[in-house]
Design a binder for this molecule. Sequence first.
Ligand code: AMP
Length: 536
Amino acid sequence: MNLSHLLLRIASMDPQRPAIFSGHRITATHQQWAARCARLADQFQSAGLQPGDRVALFMRNHPRYLEVLFGAWWAGLVVVPINAKLHLREAQWIVDNAQARWAFVTADITSDCGENLRGLERVIDVASPEADALLAAGDDGGYGPITDRQADDVAWLFYTSGTTGRPKGVMLTHRNLMTMGMAYFNDVDPISPQDTIAYAAPMSHGAGIYAIPHLMAGARHVVPDSGGFDPEELFALGRKIGPLSLFAAPTIVKRLVDHAESARETPDRCAAAFKTIVYGGAPMYGADIQRAIRVMGPRFVQIYGQGESPMVGTALSRHHLSDVTHPRHAQRLASVGVAQTPVQIRVTDSDGRDLPQGEVGEVLIRGDSVMAGYWRNPQASALALRDGWLFTGDMGALDADGFLTLKDRSKDLIISGGSNIYPREVEEVLLRAPGVAEVAVVGAPDPEWGEVVVAFVVPQLGVSLDLQALDALCLQEIARFKRPKRYEIVEALPRNNYGKVLKTELRGRFLPGPNQRAGNHGGPLSSTVLPSGSDT
Ligand code: AMP
């Protein structure tokens, strides 16, 4: 099994059908896409890359993402997608950990700081003549052979942020991604060759692997000129070559709906631009999805998954979202839906025993979408995968109809604008600043971003902290979107009897009413909100 066979199948069946678009311009038919992948695979092989070797993609969204991705698979290589928003140092850590041999980059990522990734045999700018040469294929319709892979061979080595401050490489196999692709048709949306997927979210994440079901159907792939999310651009593009289907985090969906409302779009006009909007990756508030459906019509589907079972956990269908006459419609809106076809879901206590309906416990997933394990990390793999079940770290409850409602995250993960931020990473940076004694980073609710990063900082005795300097340190060390938007300078952090910081109490300080605990255990000496920009 090799995912590239999906491309060969469509290219043989329907060679001249337009496949990849940059904005509204066609950049490849299915035949050209396959020919370029075969040519690239040949180049990898000539350079001595062996099946199973890693190739990193540190790129903003770009039409060539799809060519490099399937070209690497064609040669049996493992793709390591790297979030374009990461700091070069973070990307370098991933490249080193994965022992990648080549990397493909977009110049804007690396040229900002005048540096580039190191320790690789080749770093190729996808917009350069060098990349043109690697992908230069004739139009004769002949393709070199696809390298054979087993279903359980790794295809996509996806790095999650780690709670220990180090990301972990999630090993996703050809079988995992094939399963994800097929589940889309049954659980999310049927796709036809006339459909068009737009990549408005990072292709290094779930949005990028949604290329697979769309390729299965022979649909069209569009990378907007902006390379990301611009509501006006998406509406215009959708009307020109759509209607579009896309994946977006709840924050982005909200902005699209804001735009539709202010531009006085009707659901009918929205239907001309958008077929299906899939959302997930972070909680969506009930009121927000109701408004989204009211303004843009019933074109939304929610999914819940995680890097370890990508895009496949549960789904809340278009039908369930719109079925307002159902007696439990309100509860369903607040849920993440039912188990997707290829997986089973359980909710268990800390000893792994099933809990009765309605009780909150850890969410477990089992099925062919679940990762093979973490890259060279048997300890973390053994913790996450037990008896064939993935322990997600998410807390939730199942109802009698199988709908899962997420209650909380067992880890202290912050999700801001759909991007995951692990507090420990930020804490480790801040603790290096002179004059800082202690730090605890938590997420505070935010109407726009879902959550924003807040750092509680205890200064060393007699020190007056320069918050701009803390901000500058974060900018130097970690991705922009991870740095705190707000600092609370406190005398002490609340701790339990074992000396552990009580993050729940810190989070409680941002809640209105009786939970508000400011003033306990050393309330804020001062609170400063830094100008945040729009970099989440
Ligand atoms: P990632 O591995 O980056 O995809 O992040 C996965 C985490 O995001 C999950 O473990 C959940 O905590 C959260 N998440 C994913 N989908 C949803 C959703 N539909 N609603 C709420 N939280 C979600």
